[in-house]
Design a binder for this molecule. Structure first.
Ligand SMILES: CC(C)(COP(=O)([O-])OP(=O)([O-])OC[C@H]1O[C@@H](n2cnc3c(N)ncnc32)[C@H](O)[C@@H]1OP(=O)([O-])[O-])[C@@H](O)C(=O)NCCC(=O)NCCSC(=O)C[C@@](C)(O)CC(=O)[O-]
Length: 298
């Protein structure tokens, strides 16, 4: 599985991934004939939406701040790859995340192609209003299933964050702006360790109930396994329809693809997967900056 990340660069089609990496299916050798292929694919969704998060989640972690014009060119090039959703930037505090300080310039500078959505992160009303003023037409709030992570990431408790998100989602609804909800640490937290699936379900349900059309479940530090992904999804799917769920898997320990496969098989209807850092690496080459991240989001 060691070369999977580079393989993924060329494989945004799940069928192609299965053909080229037989270990994903049951076969261990030889090409798949059509009958075998159809049985390999049974139980998997026919359609997978990729939410590209490289310009935001990838670049927010870069030690060297990528120049605004390169970000804009990166996003414009991503727009020509067939992606339908590209997360562009975050309207957060530049003191907390200096890499996203040029959010307004990036949002205003990109070419918004018809048929492609360009969501941005908005943690509170201040971020939301700035995002809308810059031309954003879709936003995401981002909470956590871990109390400690919530405090470290957005400087408030889970309960306090829900109040801020309610305000954002309510304002978004009045303006016909779709809002998406992230939940971080669904398979583990850097401060608290394991997180009970019930807590993930509780936070996800609150975001869904307040009007987020889709809940993205984030394995923020990549500690998930197919087993923990399955347990967590079983719990969340009792409260939220599978079609409203996404997974966001960091590949810190090489488990992202296996975890995504588990999610795809478990949901077996309609899934979303998120892609990021492997495309972000293409930008690093153009700026000659060092690739600092060991993980990537698929
Ligand atoms: C959430 C805040 C803003 C709260 O920040 P705070 O300091 O608690 O905010 P505050 O309300 O106390 O205000 C303090 C100052 O911040 C300003 N402020 C207040 N709000 C904003 C705003 N929206 N944009 C710009 N400035 C803002 C505000 O105007 C004020 O400025 P001052 O008067 O001192 O000059 C801060 O904690 C923050 O920016 N955190 C960064 C969070 C972040 O971007 N994290 C990374 C993304 S999450 C993620 O990566 C996980 C995900 C989504 O990928 C999924 C996964 O992998 O799990």
């Amino acid at each position: 599985m060691g070369n999977v990340p580079s393989a993924v660069k060329h494989c945004l089609s799940y069928q192609q991934l299965l053909r080229e990496h037989l270990w994903i299916g049951d076969s261990v050798a030889g090409a798949l004939d059509p009958a075998q292929e159809s049985s390999q694919l049974s139980g998997l969704p026919e359609y997978v939406k990729v939410v590209e998060v490289g310009p935001r989640d990838g670049l927010q972690n870069e030690k060297v701040i990528v120049p605004t014009d390169i970000k804009i060119e990166f996003i414009n090039q991503l727009s020509q790859t067939g992606l339908s959703v590209i997360e562009v930037t975050s309207f957060v505090s530049s003191r907390w995340v200096p890499q996203m300080a040029d959010h307004t310039e990036v949002m205003k500078g990109i070419h918004q192609y018809p048929g492609i959505r360009y969501p941005v992160l908005t943690p509170n009303l201040q971020g939301f209003h700035r995002a809308v003023a810059a031309g954003a037409t879709e936003v995401s709030v981002f909470g956590a299933a871990s109390e400690s992570f919530s405090k470290k990431n957005i400087n408030c408790s889970i309960e306090e964050s829900m109040g801020k998100f309610e305000e954002v989602v309510k304002s978004a609804r009045h303006m016909n702006i779709p809002a998406r909800g992230y939940v971080s640490c669904v398979l583990g937290c850097p401060y608290e360790g394991s997180i009970p699936p019930q807590k993930v379900t509780e936070v996800s349900k609150r975001l869904y109930s307040m009007g987020c059309y889709e809940i993205s479940l984030g394995d923020t530090i990549g500690v998930g396994t197919p087993g923990s992904m399955k347990r967590m999804l079983e719990s969340v799917m009792k409260e939220i329809p599978p079609g409203a769920l996404a997974v966001h898997c960091h590949d810190t320990y090489g488990q992202a693809l296996a975890n995504i496969l588990t999610a795809l098989q478990g949901v077996n209807l309609y899934k979303v997967m998120e892609a990021g850092d492997f495309i972000c690496k293409a930008v690093n080459k153009t700026t000659n900056s060092k690739v600092a991240q060991a993980s990537f989001n698929v």
